[in-house]
Write a protein that binds this ligand. Structure first.
Ligand SMILES: [Zn+2]
Ligand SMILES: [Zn+2]
Length: 146
């Protein structure tokens, strides 16, 4: 496992690269409807960082932003290949999918970036069998109980 907590991400076509520094503030699976629809995924597995942890190191001109029409959420994607490199959540944090983090580390997700809990599990499309805490909604609320 790499010891450094800085890594570099490249989009599919290589036009845009970003560098992410420091430990993530949160590592989670999010099952909420907004994430399902905005990212087109059954569940968003992602880490979140303060926005200043992230720097565009190449291709800033190709990095485009899509603003959610109602919610304070954004997708930041490469205009050339369309890949979403990161999102912004309602708290203004940069959200990066664990699949991209794994790619930055040669295809394996380091333990330091593995999700540690589930959010909005009441809205799930998939049942997940793991030992992680599963919050029915946000992490200030009750745990899912089955
Ligand atoms: Zn690209
Ligand atoms: Zn969500």
């Amino acid at each position: 496992m790499p010891k450094s907590n800085t890594f570099k991400l490249e989009c599919n076509c290589g036009e845009v690269s970003i560098q992410v520094s420091g430990a993530p503030a949160a590592r989670a699976y999010c099952h909420c409807h907004a994430c399902q629809q905005f990212y087109g995924l059954p569940v968003l597995a992602a880490n979140a960082w303060a926005s200043d942890a992230l720097a565009v190191t190449h291709g800033n001109g190709q990095l485009s932003t899509y603003q959610h029409p109602q919610l304070r959420m954004q997708r930041h994607y490469c205009a050339a290949c369309g890949e979403v490199l990161f999102g912004s959540n309602r708290l203004g944090m940069a959200v990066i999918r664990t699949s991209l983090i794994a790619r930055a580390f040669g295809g394996q997700l380091p333990e330091a970036y593995a999700p540690t809990f589930h959010l909005f599990y009441a809205y799930r499309l998939l049942d997940i069998q793991d030992a992680l805490p599963k919050y029915s909604e946000g992490w200030d609320g009750p745990l899912h109980d089955d």
